[in-house]
Design a protein around this ligand. Structure first.
Ligand SMILES: NC(=O)c1ccc[n+]([C@@H]2O[C@H](COP(=O)([O-])OP(=O)(O)OC[C@H]3O[C@@H](n4cnc5c(N)ncnc54)[C@H](O)[C@@H]3O)[C@@H](O)[C@H]2O)c1
Length: 448
């Protein structure tokens, strides 16, 4: 333990004691993986859908050694212009993603379009021989999952889904802790993602020049119902089910990816969700409050919550509860808290006669000799913290590009992606039907 760690440990222990809680606390820094070595060959990358996430993804992707951005497709001219500002005038730009797929120099594509385009572009790209990094949620509707899995299989292309937490050193540590029995037998996972702002509720800024001239409206709509140009639909598409997958596909999916990665589960067998549009009644048809309950055969239940009007701090996190403790995941840490169950079951005898109380007490003490004369043992608390500035998306792209080179499986393939997104979308189905929805997590099919 270095001096800094020791000081942290000491201060945590003191703080806990000041609150009157007996705790043995330990804060342990996690180590980021070594940076990948520069490769001799270069992977030529294209971005399809150069919006908020597409640009963010690409900024990260090109930091991985041996990766170069060569082309960008987007339906809004302003984002094509900004792509040139970011990555140079010599990149190829187009409104039509198919023009990217015919370019021989492109090895791999990032798909950062709205959800309703993921499947079509991913399948087209794989058929054109490109490897794909497809943003989450992998699908817009359940029927699309098998098509994407099949396309990845038959074309033998690499497909990585973009729930980057699956590559996080925090989640890797959490998986290891659970497997080592750190919290005993898992019985429940509670996760939430609460927000309290206009941006958090998807009201992204519409550029001042948004018009049918600067936006390729028909191409944006794709398979969605044809309606006249609407800048809000174009730039705030998450608010409408025609393009997005609601809170479930946007945020629950991350919580499913995390839970499935950590537990190794294929997914839930039953889902029940409820919620509503409580605050952001601005013409959207997607809910801003969502609660979901899910049964897992492995013997635990998952409870998820998203609230876009939480009246306070924005926060996200997961808590895994087991027979011997709890494990909590926050934005840059995983912690384990253990208070072992007392072997002595205790007594509830105050209503019996004095004589009977004495007899029971004597017998009890004989059966359970006093273990801790100075009081119950202190709770154990360990916190594993990611280094400052750690970015799981960098590790997720490193994993993707390593697979592009080695042709070995990625950490989040189409099957994993469908199991996470398919599970998340059960929430929307449950609300639509007003009923519990059954799912076969192995066959990845809705069950009757
Ligand atoms: N992994 C994460 O943490 C994370 C975070 C945010 C968003 N996302 C995902 O990324 C995707 C994009 O989200 P965003 O917030 O960047 O949206 P955005 O609206 O900012 O960007 C989407 C872009 O796609 C373009 N587009 C639409 N149809 C297209 C088509 N047919 N061809 C080419 N371009 C097209 C639009 O013009 C727009 O610029 C979503 O699926 C979202 O769920 C993932």
């Amino acid at each position: 333990m270095d001096r800094r760690t020791f000081l942290k440990v000491a201060s945590t222990a003191t703080a806990a004691t000041a609150l009157g809680v007996k705790t043995h606390a330990l804060e342990i820094p996690l180590r980021a993986p070594a940076a990948p070595v520069a490769a001799n060959d270069q992977i030529q990358l294209a971005l399809i859908g150069a919006g908020i996430q597409g640009q963010g993804d690409t900024r990260t992707a090109v930091q991985v050694p041996g990766v170069k951005l060569v082309a960008v497709a987007d339906c809004y001219d302003g984002r094509l212009d900004h792509s040139k500002e970011l990555w140079g005038n010599d990149i190829f730009i187009t409104r039509d993603y198919k023009e990217i797929l015919t370019r021989k120099e492109v090895d791999a594509v990032i798909i950062g379009t709205p959800d309703h385009w993921h499947k079509q572009i991913a399948v087209d790209a794989m058929k054109a021989g490109k490897d794909v990094y497809c943003e989450k949620p992998m699908i817009h509707a359940h029927a699309e999952g098998p098509d994407m899995i099949e396309a990845a299989r038959t074309t033998n292309r690499i497909l990585q889904v973009g729930s980057q937490r699956v590559s996080s050193i925090i989640y890797v540590k959490a998986k290891e802790l659970l497997a080592s029995g750190a919290i005993g037998q898992l019985n429940m996972v509670n996760a939430h993602w609460d927000r309290n702002s206009a941006m958090g509720a998807w009201n992204y800024t519409v550029p001042l020049d948004a018009s049918p001239e600067t936006c390729d409206w028909d191409r944006f709509l794709g398979s969605a119902p044809k309606i006249p140009f609407n800048a809000e639909h174009f730039f705030q598409w998450r608010k409408w089910k025609a393009y997005g997958t609601g809170v479930a596909g946007d945020l629950f999916v991350h919580l499913f990816s995390g839970t499935h990665f950590i537990t190794g589960s294929n997914g839930p067998t039953r889902a029940m969700a409820t919620g509503g549009l409580r605050f952001w009644k601005d013409g959207r048809d997607a809910n801003d409050v969502l609660l979901g309950l899910f049964d897992y055969r492995e013997g635990f239940n998952l409870a998820l919550r998203v609230n876009f009007v939480d009246g306070g701090e924005e926060s996200e996190g997961l808590v895994f509860t087991g027979s011997e403790g709890t494990m909590e995941i926050g934005y840059n840490y995983v912690s384990v808290s253990r208070t072992p169950l007392e072997k002595d079951p205790g007594l509830m005898i105050g209503t019996y006669s004095e004589a009977m109380q004495k007899r029971i007490r004597d017998a009890h003490r004989e059966k359970y000799p006093q273990q801790h004369p100075s009081g119950p043992p202190a709770a154990q608390y360990e916190k594993y913290v990611a280094p400052e500035g750690y970015r799981d998306s960098y590790d997720h792209f490193t994993n993707f590009f390593a697979s592009v080179r080695s042709r070995q499986p990625v950490v989040e393939d189409a099957v994993f992606g469908y199991r996470a997104a398919g599970a998340a979308l059960l929430s929307n189905l449950s609300i639509e039907r007003g009923a519990v929805v059954k799912w076969d997590p192995d066959a990845m099919k809705l069950a009757s």
